[in-house]
Design a protein around this ligand. Structure first.
Ligand code: G3I
Length: 448
């Protein structure tokens, strides 16, 4: 089901964008970093983005993703219609691609979403009662088990409360299976992947209102009865009709006080220029002021990637250039100390082994499981700068490469893409690939 932005955003909250200053935990001047992820990491937080698998082959998109973000949320690929299009038949190809990319760039994964009234496959939409309840629980179990150990946080249940002043649950086929469907989903997720943090995620809950009060009461109840819940996500889709609420920070804080982590999970703010930059800065500041607000995710990379692209609500323009909003967010993450020019690269230690005649070396690190693998390959330049490279690997018999990132594959030969062919003397870059069977351990690198 597709909603228009205006129908899903409530006219609520004041126009005031100021968020009360709190005890900021930020990077010191010396730590000021030049990417969103690194700057957020300086205070133990992540800065993430929603990712669409089909865009990973776009080099501008991928270049920004790899450079800036240390958490990813699959935008649509882990939803019920994508992962179980036919009952009992699971389809993980696109979501696996995103998880593999996240792993290759050292980013966390926010799983989104196990149980939701929207984007259900047709077969689930036509079920009801116990049959639907069991199908939902099986779905939660299967998907959380498939990704066991790879998900930092799961949006276990998404958008289960009604908009407006009722404070009621949203009417949906899942709600009609019984009021305890939410806790049943959380229990199933915990059993399947005990290490993942389990979150409830919603929109129009960003300030204190009837809807957020109802979610608050549910979380309080879950905590008192031992229902497993670790975090609450605040989607934070803002525009002029639904601006950043003046009590945003206070609302995050009251949930944190219940003993859960809080995250900004789908941030986008329609607008442009200074006004937009100020709102993004205020949202970031609010998270930093709440100790248990441990991550911010923007809902897409470039404006053109947004589900509401016409509102230009993101940090990069359609060409991938940083907007004023980007600089404002980075500056807040750095405590107002963002360097205006990138710091000079620290001197690199020359390789202890002399560069080979080929001008580069490569090393494979392998994550192998029964039937499949992810290989991460580090390409290191020799004594002279590389302007391009090719790595050939030897695959054990029966193995096959299914998916590659940060390189172009031709059989077992991998060549740089536009943004990582140039590697300074002694410096390194990484690419990766996923496959079936047993992964390779032997590779040779050739400069081009
Ligand atoms: O993939 C098909 C394509 O084959 C087809 O030609 C095309 C025609 O419309 O549709 C494509 O699917 C679209 C899909 O996005 C992928 O682009 C769906 O129609 C479209 O409905 C779907 O929209 C997604 C929306 O959730 C669905 O509710 C947005 O991308 C996604 O950003 C949005 O994300 C939600 C969060 O999950 C929950 N919170 C709100 C947020 C914004 O609505």
């Amino acid at each position: 089901m597709k909603r228009s932005p205006t129908s899903r955003l409530v006219l609520a909250g004041s126009l005031g964008l100021l968020v009360a200053a709190g005890a900021l935990t930020v990077a010191s001047t010396a730590d000021a970093a030049t990417t969103l992820g690194a700057s957020a990491a300086a205070s133990g937080r992540y800065f993430g983005t929603a990712v669409a698998a089909y865009k990973l082959s776009d080099s501008t998109y991928s270049g920004i993703l790899n450079r800036e973000f240390n958490s990813v949320t699959p935008e649509n690929e882990m939803k019920w219609d994508a992962t179980e299009p036919t009952q009992g038949q699971f389809s993980y190809t696109s979501a696996d691609q995103i998880v593999a990319r996240a792993r290759s760039i050292g980013a966390k994964v926010r799983g989104h979403a196990l149980a939701w009234h929207s984007q259900q496959p047709g077969w689930a939409q036509s079920l009801s009662g116990t049959t639907l309840r069991n199908a939902m629980l099986n779905h939660v179990t299967q998907v959380a088990t498939h990704y066991k150990g790879q998900i930092d946080s799961w949006d276990v249940v998404n958008e289960a409360f009604a908009d407006g002043s009722s404070g009621a649950r949203r009417d949906s086929n899942l709600q009609r299976t019984g009021n305890d469907w939410i806790e049943a989903a959380f229990r199933a997720a915990r059993a399947a992947d005990p290490a993942a943090k389990l979150c409830y995620n919603d929109y129009n809950t960003d300030g204190q209102n009837a809807k957020s009060n109802a979610v608050y009461a549910m979380v309080q109840d879950f905590k008192s009865r031992g229902v497993p819940i670790d975090c609450v996500g605040f989607q934070s889709h803002f525009n002029s009709a639904s601006p950043l609420p003046s009590d945003y920070q206070a609302n995050l804080q009251r949930f944190a006080n219940l003993g859960v982590d809080v995250q900004i999970t789908e941030l986008d703010i329609e607008g442009s220029g200074t006004a937009q930059a100020n709102s993004f800065a205020a949202a970031t500041r609010a998270c930093l002021a709440v100790t248990r607000c441990n991550g911010i995710t923007v809902w897409g990379i470039r404006d053109s990637d947004s589900w509401r692209a016409s509102g230009t609500p993101l940090l990069f323009d359609g060409s991938g250039n940083k907007k004023a909003a980007y600089t404002a967010v980075l500056d807040v993450l750095n405590g107002g100390t963002t360097p205006t020019t990138p710091p000079t690269t620290p001197p690199t230690t020359p390789p202890t082994t002399p560069p080979s005649g080929s001008g580069c070396t490569s090393a494979i690190s392998l994550n192998q499981w029964n039937g499949g693998f992810v290989a991460t390959v580090k390409v290191t330049a020799g004594a002279t700068r590389l302007n391009g490279w090719t790595v050939n690997v030897t695959l054990p018999s029966g193995a096959a490469v299914t998916n590659t990132w940060n390189a172009t594959a031709s059989g077992t030969s991998f060549t740089n893409v536009s943004y990582n062919g140039s590697v300074n003397a002694g410096a390194s870059t990484e690419f990766g690939f996923q496959g079936t069977g047993t992964g390779p351990s032997v590779s040779t690198c050739t400069a081009r």
